[in-house]
Design a protein around this ligand. Structure first.
Ligand code: CO
Length: 213
């Protein structure tokens, strides 16, 4: 993508492609959405939510921000999750981090980044929670990759702390929360297979909102 004008030429080609074998494609799309997935990913231009999963229009509700965070007091991600879980009834919530994440890298460095500081502090908090494990990793690249994974894990925990998730999950068994990492170097999507039963025990002990009463 080199020029701004290219966007519109590509859009024309995209419409032609979508309607080639299905002339009512956009007419059908206009009737509503019923996605099975909520994808929470990084804003990084290399992490193309739908494209890397082979998903088309209407399949995925998407939220992206720097370093795929779900901060406790962030009304933006909270609204997206509330809407996706309660109103769209998504079956899966995917929190997708990625190796070589600039946001995670920045949180590992001693640098004042102004308005980004409080946002990145969420990642520093993840580091603090897992300091012993992370400090034991001597190779910096491995430590960086592990922080990306642990950040995904903690953001998944932030999702399951929410009342809307607890209520819906207890009533229906959905949505299932998944922690994934996109490896930019290989293009692979890796499931971290986070043990949420273990996490849930912890959640019930500390973050129980009485949603099962
Ligand atoms: Co990133």
């Amino acid at each position: 993508m080199e020029s701004y004008k290219e966007i519109f030429e590509n859009n024309r080609l995209w419409i032609a492609d979508k309607t080639k074998n299905d002339k009512d494609f956009f007419e059908e799309l206009s009737k509503g959405q019923n996605p099975d997935f909520l994808f929470i990913g990084c804003s990084d231009s290399r992490v193309t939510a739908e494209e890397l999963m082979g998903a088309g229009p209407g399949h995925v509700f998407v939220h992206r921000n720097i370093a795929n965070l779900v901060p406790n007091n962030d009304n933006n991600s909270a609204s997206v999750i509330e809407y996706a879980v309660k109103h769209l009834g998504v079956k899966h919530v995917i929190v997708c981090g990625h190796y070589f994440c600039g946001g995670v890298k920045a949180a590992m460095q001693s640098e004042d980044l102004g308005v980004l500081n409080p946002w990145l502090r969420n990642i520093r908090d993840v580091y603090r929670l897992h300091k012993d494990e992370l400090n034991a990793i001597t190779d910096e690249t491995h430590r960086y990759k592990r922080l990306v994974e642990l950040n995904v894990q903690e953001q998944c925990v932030n999702v399951i702390k929410m009342a809307v998730w607890q209520k819906t999950f207890l009533a229906t068994g959905y949505p299932i929360v998944h922690g994934l990492v996109f490896d930019v170097q290989s293009g692979k999507l890796i499931d971290l297979d986070i043990d949420f039963n273990k996490e849930l025990e912890f959640i019930r002990e500390i973050y129980d909102l009485g949603t099962n009463k």
